[in-house]
Design a protein around this ligand. Structure first.
Ligand SMILES: NC(=O)c1ccc[n+]([C@@H]2O[C@H](COP(=O)([O-])OP(=O)(O)OC[C@H]3O[C@@H](n4cnc5c(N)ncnc54)[C@H](O)[C@@H]3O)[C@@H](O)[C@H]2O)c1
Length: 250
């Protein structure tokens, strides 16, 4: 499979799933902008990828910072033809115990971050009549998830937004798709479970519920994202794909 990815902008690129995506895209020959809150972690992933890649620290919720980063990447690496939105954040909280500040942060990182990157990068893709956008949502958005109501809503917004933009830009040769990981063994889910005080019990319960009897690894998620970014997926747009070991079959 040849990936249609000469320059890829990967948010959350220093995280578990994001770094797996960066490695898989770099293997196809793409130059990667590893974009993350954490500069040191972004630099570490960038260095692992070899030369010709760029690590950038920003908050995806910051519209101006995203615009400046897009300008920098296009000046230093070239036009961005692949955007992968992986940055995300959540905590397990019953809805009645959530606060408006928590709503803002979850919506800002998980939904507004995607609006910011797509808004900054899409005009260039339209001009060049080519592009791939893949956003990571969650099966929480497709089937619901206790203690994750705000996050599930924000990820659901990413799915609806992606389908709508997919309709708008299909005529320009641009595809917009979504990958929904099921429970994946990463610091995000481990940290959330530990905060609940139920780390290993939580993981055991999930493992029993998943037909394939294990959590996903980041390397299980990355190939689906790379596929949507590839030339082979040129005629696929507006789709939502679960990668969940059979936990969800929607
Ligand atoms: N782990 C799971 O079980 C699971 C399940 C479904 C969906 N997801 C989604 O997968 C994606 C990756 O999650 P992960 O499990 O690899 O977690 P992770 O915490 O390892 O990675 C997330 C990365 O996003 C970065 N990030 C967070 N907020 C940011 C911001 N405001 N601006 C820029 N970068 C930011 C973090 O620094 C981190 O490097 C997220 O969107 C998450 O919601 C994860």
């Amino acid at each position: 499979m040849t990936a249609n990815t000469s320059v890829a902008f990967v948010t959350g690129g220093a995280g578990a799933i994001g770094a797996a995506v960066c490695r898989a895209l770099a293997d196809t020959g793409a130059q990667i902008a590893v974009v993350d809150l954490d500069q040191q972690a972004a630099d570490t992933v960038t260095a692992e990828l070899g030369s010709g890649h760029l690590g950038i620290a920003l908050d995806v919720a910051d519209t101006d910072a995203v615009r400046a980063a897009v300008e920098r990447v296009e000046a230093e690496l070239g036009p961005i033809d692949t955007l992968i939105n992986v940055a995300g954040w959540d905590r397990f909280v019953p809805f009645v115990d959530t606060t408006p500040d928590f709503w803002d942060r979850v919506i800002d990182v998980n939904y507004r971050g995607t609006l910011n990157t797509v808004h900054a990068i899409l005009p260039g893709m339209i001009e060049r009549e080519r592009g791939r956008i893949v956003s990571v949502a969650s099966d929480a958005a497709r089937v619901g998830s206790s203690l994750e109501s705000i996050y599930a809503g924000a990820k659901g917004a990413v799915i609806s937004f992606s389908k709508s933009v997919a309709r708008e830009v299909a005529k320009h040769g641009i595809s917009v798709n979504v990958v929904c990981p099921g429970p994946t063994d990463t610091p995000l889910i481990r940290g959330m479970a530990d905060e609940l005080g139920s780390g290993d019990r939580f993981v055991d319960a999930l493992t029993r519920a998943i037909p394939m009897r294990r959590l996903a690894e980041p390397e299980d998620i990355a190939p689906a994202i790379v596929f949507f970014a590839s030339d082979g997926a040129a005629f696929i747009t507006g789709q939502t794909l679960s990668v969940s070991g059979g936990l969800t079959m929607t």
